[in-house]
Design a protein around this ligand. Structure first.
Ligand SMILES: [Zn+2]
Length: 283
């Protein structure tokens, strides 16, 4: 058995391997997934680490099937709007950008050339992750491909068929997903119809469904943590009454399949212009 085979058999997680196993992996593959979660309130039903569980579950299953590695997950994210609820710990957007920069810089130094950020926090970490990806490629590491995946975009093809209500923070699909993967973390006895009335709070351009239900046009109107506690006092923004493991399984399997499809395609993709040689750092 080669070192690569031995490592694959032992774990997809970088932090569970030795440096020699990682070195052997890099001789064959240069792809890695980096899962991003948060520590933020997820209503009465979900644990504060829910987004991390989403990212870990997706990353582990996709990596196993695609034969790639996963970096240790980041359990903190951009969650300032949840700070009105006990337990939430937030990085500032600029901190998260720097954390992702440093992770990419370190991985690139060892020879990783394809780095997929997997965001378990639907939408909110995206501002940091996508700007970090664009800037580090533009100004430092153009030869390293960096991509960002998020359930909000990845599950577009199935979310509308699965969910029975609008989906927002700590809602039906997000909770179903973790109820399927890590049932012991979910307080299923606390499901309720508690929700934020987006029309009343944000007017005709509110975005009450992160999966685009109704196809409504919207305009982003950021709110503070104090406002959030008032507009969604239970913490969840949409109903959890229709949560189920079956929905979570379908949602999970769909996204894992899409991730494997992407990783398989990405394996031979060299960027829009083909392989770009490493260049000097320009800033
Ligand atoms: Zn979440």
């Amino acid at each position: 058995m080669t070192d690569v085979q031995a490592a694959e058999r032992r774990s997809v997680w970088l932090h569970e391997l030795t440096w020699q196993e990682v070195e052997a992996y890099l001789k064959e593959r240069q792809t890695i997934i980096v899962p991003f979660g948060t520590t933020e309130q997820h209503g009465p039903v979900g644990p504060l680490g829910l987004d991390g569980y989403v990212a870990i579950g997706l990353a582990e299953d996709a990596a196993r099937r695609a034969g790639v590695l996963v970096a240790p997950p980041l359990w903190y994210g951009d969650s300032s709007h949840h700070l009105g609820f006990p337990g939430t710990i937030s990085l500032r957007t600029e901190t998260l950008i720097q954390v992702f920069y440093d992770i990419v810089r370190s991985l690139a130094k060892h020879g990783f050339r394809k780095i997929l950020a997997l965001n378990g926090h639907k939408m909110t970490n995206l501002a940091a992750l996508t700007s970090a990806a664009r800037n580090i490629r533009e100004f430092e590491l153009p030869h390293v491909l960096v991509a960002v995946a998020d359930p909000m975009y990845l599950a577009r093809g199935i979310a509308g068929q699965l969910k029975e209500t609008n989906e927002h923070h700590a809602g039906e699909l997000e909770v179903s997903h973790v109820y399927y993967l890590f049932p012991e973390t979910i307080r299923i006895d606390k499901i309720s119809d508690a929700h934020c009335d987006f029309d009343a709070v944000f007017g005709p351009f509110g975005n009450g469904d992160l999966f685009g239900g109704g196809g409504r046009d919207f305009i982003e109107q950021p709110w503070t943590s104090e406002e959030q506690r008032r507009i969604a006092p239970a913490g969840q923004f949409s109903s959890t009454l229709a949560v189920s493991k079956e929905k979570g399984k379908a949602y999970h399997e769909y996204m894992v399949e899409r991730l494997v499809e992407f990783l398989t395609w990405w394996e031979h993709y060299e960027g829009p212009l083909g392989s770009v040689p490493p260049t000097e750092r320009v800033s």
